[in-house]
Design a binder for this molecule. Structure first.
Ligand code: GDP
Ligand code: MG
Length: 293
């Protein structure tokens, strides 16, 4: 119900909201095919050995033609479906406003209220979506793998800047060690003294190698977040962004749902297209009108 923005779901969330604020939200992003889903499957197994419950949300930018690559993730995570301590949901993000990660923010609140201590959120790290997940999560893991084209994808896409932990997956393949070296050097050159040195770990998700080390790095990062006060700052920043994203979409609704307002909107666009006023001027006039009534 929450996923479909059904009023019943949103009402439920209002009542549940005061139970949130305890979960560790871990974003896992990186290029398609780098092994994010496989890595999550191994990580879930590792987390379950300590008896903690874990929730996984996989956000897929589903293709309008095929209905999306969501099914692949479902199948891959099927291993855990019999375990009541694991909750897995794939969601398509098509048609949602405000970017991929923000479509999941309300589901994260729900799972947080339900008491999951760890929530893993997988998004495809190409462009904005990877950066969005970093704003939503308290710990961001960027997953890279050798052989995904020329060069190291995370450097080109700017994702490295938001990484708290970098993983070079597919350590069984050639080029993994080289990718790890390049990433280590790049991160050290751009290092900020206020943050701990970003770990660059090697994993082989399909053989569950390096997963315990990854789990350990996640736990250490959470300790640092707690000790430095950064946890509270990141939570507040994520909530602020969520409010702004919601505000933008409600303004858009207010503008377009009323027929007088929506015809003014259409007129403004016409004037912009004719070259009478700039796009910025049109936006200012429309927002002045909204404030006036
Ligand atoms: N050789 C090798 N293949 C892997 C490894 N991890 C994942 N794969 C394979 O890479 C492909 C993409 O993995 P997937 O987890 O779907 O990547 P995602 O798109 O990032 O979620 C699948 O065929 C996996 O079986 C690994 O560590 N080594
Ligand atoms: Mg995946």
């Amino acid at each position: 119900l929450i996923e479909n923005e059904d009023p019943q779901g949103l009402d439920a969330l209002e009542s549940l909201y005061r139970f949130t604020g305890n979960a560790h939200v871990v974003g896992i992003t990186g290029p398609p095919g780098s092994g994010k889903s496989s890595l999550i499957a191994s990580l879930v197994q590792c987390i379950r050995q300590t008896d903690r419950q874990v929730a996984v949300l996989a956000v897929d930018p589903s293709s309008p033609l095929t209905g999306g690559a969501v099914l692949g993730d479902r199948v891959r995570m099927m291993d855990h479906h019999a375990d009541p301590g694991v909750f897995v949901r794939s969601m398509a993000s098509r048609g949602r406003q405000g970017g991929l990660a923000w479509a999941t923010a309300e589901l994260v609140h729900l799972l947080d209220a339900a008491g999951f201590p760890v929530i893993l959120v997988e998004t495809v790290g190409t462009g904005q979506d990877g950066v969005d997940i970093a704003a939503l999560a308290q710990t961001t893991i960027v997953v890279e793998a050798p052989g995904l084209g020329d060069g190291v994808q995370a450097i080109k896409s700017g994702l490295l800047e938001v990484a708290d932990i970098v993983v070079v997956n597919k350590s069984d393949q050639s080029g993994a060690e080289e990718a790890r070296r390049v990433l280590r050097t790049t991160l050290d050159l751009a290092r900020s003294p206020q943050r701990p040195r970003t770990p660059v770990l090697a994993t082989c998700a399909t053989q569950s190698e390096g997963i315990a080390e990854l789990e350990c790095a996640i736990t250490s990062h959470l300790s640092w977040l707690n000790e430095s006060g950064e946890l509270a700052r990141r939570r507040a920043r994520a909530l602020e962004t969520e409010v702004l994203v919601a505000l933008r979409s409600s303004l858009q609704r207010i503008l377009l749902e009323n027929s007088a307002r929506s015809s003014r909107f259409v007129e403004s666009i016409d004037r912009v297209v004719r070259g009478d006023i700039t796009p910025r001027r049109a936006a200012l006039l429309l927002s002045d009108q909204l404030v006036a009534n």
